[in-house]
Design a protein around this ligand. Structure first.
Ligand code: GDP
Ligand code: GDP
Length: 456
């Protein structure tokens, strides 16, 4: 059984602070209508991607990745985390609390047009008590004549106000200059052999049960000491063959019971953050309930982020099985997640422990795929065979020519294909080449990127 396979190494408390977050987080707070989401969108920029067509992904984004002067960071718009029917002041208080909990640096947005309001003072007071750096951005300062409006904001007690205009994109560089000064020093991953993974899924699909079943219940002691970093509550364990794992914590597993943790948006945001920190995502589905919008949203995000993926169908014990039940379920998953054709599917039960021992094995296989490097000579043989089998497409009398290909990255594996004209590499042909590469080297569980580049 899985419990025999794994033994738990309790080093999550000692590890505190050593495995720092790979990227710091910047949270935007402030009362409604000051321009938080406008600023968020400016900083996050537009990233064109295939899954952004998925409902709910682009529309009111609250979580994104930004970059300033070569430093990458996560960005959260706390204003997008709705708190249901909580009273107004309670909502903005909870949003401020989320910012203090999640972020390394907080940007408080106020409006130079409206001046200081009670709500601004209220949020400022909450943030003032936190030991996190707070940057005060006075928004809607659209022209230089308005600059005098910012001085009254000194009275909030959060230091020098910075004039910005979200709609015109002014002053945001000053905010980011200030923010990156407070980012913690980047710490290199000290253990490249560690496989970092997370279990992602809607409430009640059985994430905690799976974790406990995998690790052997009593031995998992989750530390929740005040002031521990998020990383410190991750769980580390080693399989009997010596492979080390880091299981990334996500909300819902610790069940701390804060009001806002029950909100859908917050849980999606936590899931995204966990995915960003993971190498491999175990997407947990409930066999009784099938696939939901949440699952598609999360799966799309993980795919875009280039993460490894294993689809875990839990509660398999509850399903009445006939000859084709498993095949049919699998077919349904493949239809719903066409872009995840590389992800292995495993049917498990946390209750009966059926097939749980497959998970560490699968994680290792996927990790192997993510880190695989193909020599250029072999890669070019595959590409040339592919071209011989299925000639390159033409457009307006011009034919795509492929000169050579080379692997440029791992995690996920990325291949640059040098061509005569990038535009001639149609999506369907790129897909065909990808499939040929996969035929030769599976790349189980990992997306691979194929980039057409014009040969100079
Ligand atoms: P949020 O509720 O804090 O996220 O605020 P929004 O980003 O939704 O913006 C609220 C309103 O303020 C919208 O009508 C925006 O177009 C407007 N707005 C945002 N930034 C600026 C700005 O820099 N100048 C002006 N004049 N209006 C802005
Ligand atoms: P989480 O919210 O995703 O962490 O889900 P939990 O681990 O708390 O599980 C939710 C409920 O499903 C609990 O009542 C579990 O006992 C039950 N459960 C979890 N895994 C299984 C399973 O494999 N089979 C059955 N029958 N019930 C399960």
């Amino acid at each position: 059984t899985a419990t025999q396979l794994l033994h738990f190494v309790p080093r999550q408390t000692e590890n505190k602070g050593e495995t720092k977050l790979s990227k710091p987080t910047l949270a935007i707070v402030g009362r409604p209508n000051v321009g938080k989401s406008t600023i968020f969108n400016r900083i996050a920029g537009e990233r064109i991607s295939i899954v952004e067509d998925t409902p709910g992904v682009t529309r009111d984004r609250i979580y994104a990745t930004g970059e300033w002067l070569g430093k990458e960071f996560h960005l959260i718009d706390t204003g997008g985390i709705e708190m249901g029917d909580e009273p107004f002041m309670e909502q903005i208080k909870q949003q401020a609390e989320i910012a203090m909990e999640e972020a390394e640096v907080i940007v408080l947005v106020v409006s130079g047009r409206e001046g200081i309001t009670d709500a601004d003072e209220y949020v400022a007071k909450i943030l003032y008590k936190s030991n996190k750096p707070v940057i005060l951005a006075v928004n809607k300062v659209d022209n230089p004549e308005m600059r005098n409006e910012i001085y009254e904001f000194y009275s909030l007690g959060l230091g020098e106000p910075i004039a910005v205009s979200g709609s015109h994109g002014l002053g945001l560089g000053d905010v980011l200059d200030e923010a990156i000064k407070h980012f913690p020093e980047e710490v290199e991953d000290e253990n490249p052999d560690l496989i970092k993974f997370s279990l992602i899924g809607r409430p009640n699909v059985g994430k905690s049960s799976l974790i406990n079943a995998i690790l052997g219940e009593e031995r998992v002691i989750v530390s929740d000491v005040a002031g521990t970093t998020r990383d410190a509550i991750d769980t580390y364990f080693t399989s009997n063959d010596g492979q080390e794992f880091q299981m990334i914590d996500t909300a819902g597993m610790r069940k701390r019971g804060k009001v806002y943790e029950a909100t859908e948006k917050y849980s999606v945001m936590r899931a995204m953050r966990a995915i960003d920190r993971s190498d491999i995502v175990l997407m947990v589905l409930n066999a009784e309930e099938g696939i939901r919008e949440y699952d598609k949203h999360i799966a799309g995000f993980a795919h875009e982020a280039g993460k490894g993926m294993i689809i875990v169908v839990n509660k398999w014990d509850t399903i009445e099985k006939e000859t084709n039940t498993l095949r049919e379920f699998e077919k349904e998953i493949r239809e719903e997640f066409q872009y995840l054709s590389y992800a292995p599917i495993v049917f498990v039960s946390a209750k009966t422990k059926q097939r749980l021992n497959k998970l560490p094995e699968l994680l290792q296989e996927v990790s192997h795929s993510q880190n695989l490097r193909i020599s250029s000579s072999i890669l070019n043989d595959i590409i040339m065979d592919a071209v011989a089998m299925n000639p390159t497409p033409t457009d307006k009398g011009k034919r795509l020519k492929i000169f050579y290909a080379t692997q440029v990255a791992v995690k996920p594996p990325a291949f640059v294909v040098f061509v005569n004209e990038e535009e001639l590499m149609h999506f369907s042909y790129a897909r065909f080449l990808e499939n040929q590469i996969r035929k030769a080297f599976t790349f189980e569980g990992t997306p691979i990127h194929l980039i057409a580049r014009k040969r100079k």
